[in-house]
Design a protein around this ligand. Sequence first.
Ligand code: HEC
Length: 129
Amino acid sequence: MRRASILFSVFAFCTAGLIAQNADLAQYQTWMKTGVAAQRAMMAGVTAKDAGAIKENSAKGAEAFDSIAKYWGTKQKPDAVKFAEDARDASKAVAEATDEAGQQAALGKLQGTCRGCHTVYRNGSEFKQ
Ligand code: HEC
């Protein structure tokens, strides 16, 4: 009897952990998708010289990567926080740039953050364990 209840507790504990992890991942994926969509839209905006689209997506990208940075802060992963903060700052810099060369430079910096973080923390559409 006692053993069964211990087993049950262990099971309940593990299930709760899994559910929490899936909720984390689902939330994370929405930020990641928003960040990527914003990056693509900024690239298109720069090509089309559409200041409105650049501004709007610069803010969206910065917000998504800021949330991602905070997430990694709660996981005590300072290198991931740094990649995400660099991505956030580069997103902001696209709208702050005063000419196309500056916009392209900021987009280049943004792109430079993707691989570093993915190598360590991404496994397809999941976290690397
Ligand atoms: C701070 C870390 C970090 C940075 C920076 C980052 N990513 Fe990610 N990315 C991840 C992790 C972790 C996953 C796996 C979880 C997921 O799928 O969202 C991921 C997943 C993705 C996915 C799959 C999303 C899905 O549908 O599941 C795409 C696409 C992607 N990243 C593109 C990018 C691009 C483009 C950049 C740069 C502009 C970037 N990422 C920057 C960590 C990062």
